[in-house]
Ligand binder design. Structure first.
Ligand code: NAI
Ligand code: MG
Length: 350
């Protein structure tokens, strides 16, 4: 029996996480659920966005189902107390260095894509984004130049071990899919990227069956719109991955459809699973949120943390079937409420 921590958070987080939990429960598996406070909700109740008891639960759990954090009423708080610190703190505390973001076109949702339907239809890719290094975690600061001009800097930095472990995740993922890996960098300009490329090439020696291509990030941005069907697995650093994965999400349609996994190893250890969207304060409390991203995150949880591929596929098939049967929340152009969408997935699951 596995322990699944439910950290629902703020805004639509609790609404979509509730539907994901219903779907998990409907599978009739012998898992235990334990809720914990996180984000603005935790700050309100306990004075901190990531209180010690939540961190303790996260360490104890076999996997974490995470909703979203963020509360516009807390914009005035000092940075370390803001709800968003909770997700950064969890990634750091659990060493979640690998972020998997699948972007797949769901049959029947082509009209929701920003791309032409015939281009959108071909999308079936996973972006593997490094999550605990790069320019986000390097030296940063503000100061003044000799001329007295205000200056700011953030240092881009990776070491070989950090690159090698995320590269391995990319190759392992590609090995299980179409065996095509695109490593995205900016090696024509950046030293960090030249190291990245060197290490990826070294790791590639262990994966002769995977076809590796290197691509500059600017070209990758272009190809993602021009010919997204050519991508299978993309591995890249934190900054490039942040931008490219948001871009990929728009190629597939609604942000309400896209799940993610954050892992500290390829599989088997505690991972965190969350929709890629935030707390959506503009629609919170109105029953308008699409719960599919959260439900699909629960499927990823079963796949990666609990090694239950069969149940993961059951959930994914149920979401596809519900969409196919016409279930649509407002972001997909329909009128289903959050719970009605959950009901549609549950009905398809039976
Ligand atoms: P957001 O993703 O919350 O919302 C962007 C837009 O997409 C909004 O119009 C929203 O209504 C819509 N949307 C998002 N999820 C949806 C769903 N499931 N169904 C239907 N429509 C959906 O991003 P935004 O507005 O930039 O941020 C809101 C708050 O969330 C901020 O406090 C931000 O810091 C936080 N945030 C938290 C994240 C996390 O917990 N991992 C990730 C991104 C943002
Ligand atoms: Mg982002």
């Amino acid at each position: 029996m596995a322990l699944i921590a439910i950290l629902a958070g703020d805004g639509i987080g609790p609404e979509v996480t509730h539907e994901a939990r219903r779907v998990l429960e409907a599978l009739g598996l012998d898992h235990q659920f334990e809720p914990g406070l996180v984000g603005g909700a935790a700050y309100r109740a306990l004075g901190h966005p990531l209180p010690p008891q939540t961190l303790e639960l996260a360490h104890r759990a076999d996997a974490i189902l995470f909703g979203a954090v963020g509360d516009p009423e807390m914009d005035g708080l000092e940075r370390t107390l803001r709800p968003e610190q909770a997700i950064l703190g969890l990634r750091k505390a659990l060493g979640l260095f690998a972020n998997l973001r699948p972007a797949t076109m769901f049959p029947g949702l082509e009209d929701a894509s920003a791309l032409r339907p015939e281009v959108a239809r071909s999308i079936d890719m996973v972006i593997v984004r490094e999550l605990t290094g790069d320019v986000y975690f390097g030296d940063k600061g503000r100061g003044h130049t000799k001329m007295g001009l205000r200056e700011g800097h953030d240092m881009m930095r990776y070491d070989e071990a950090e690159v090698a472990r995320i590269a391995r995740v990319g190759f392992e993922m590609a090995k299980r899919r179409k065996k095509i890996l695109t490593s995205v960098d900016k090696a024509n300009v950046l030293e960090t990227s030249q190291l990245w490329r060197e290490i990826v090439n070294e790791v590639a020696l262990d994966y002769p069956e995977v076809k590796l291509t290197h691509m500059y990030v600017d070209n990758a941005a272009m190809q993602l719109v021009r010919n997204p069907g050519a991508f299978d697995v993309v591995v890249t650093g934190n900054l490039f991955g942040d931008i490219l994965s948001d871009q990929a999400s728009m190629c597939v349609g609604s942000i309400g459809m896209l799940p993610s996994a954050s892992l500290n190893e390829w599989t088997g250890t505690c991972g965190l699973y969350e929709p890629i969207h935030g707390s959506a304060p503009d629609i919170a409390g109105q029953g308008k949120a699409n719960p599919c991203a959260a439900i699909l995150s629960a499927a990823m949880l079963l796949r990666h943390s609990l090694s239950d591929e069969a149940s993961a596929q059951r959930i994914e098939a149920a979401v596809i079937a519900a969409i196919g049967a016409g279930a649509r929340t407002p972001d997909l152009g329909g009128t289903h409420s959050t719970s009605a969408m959950g009901d549609a997935v549950l009905a398809a699951l039976q």
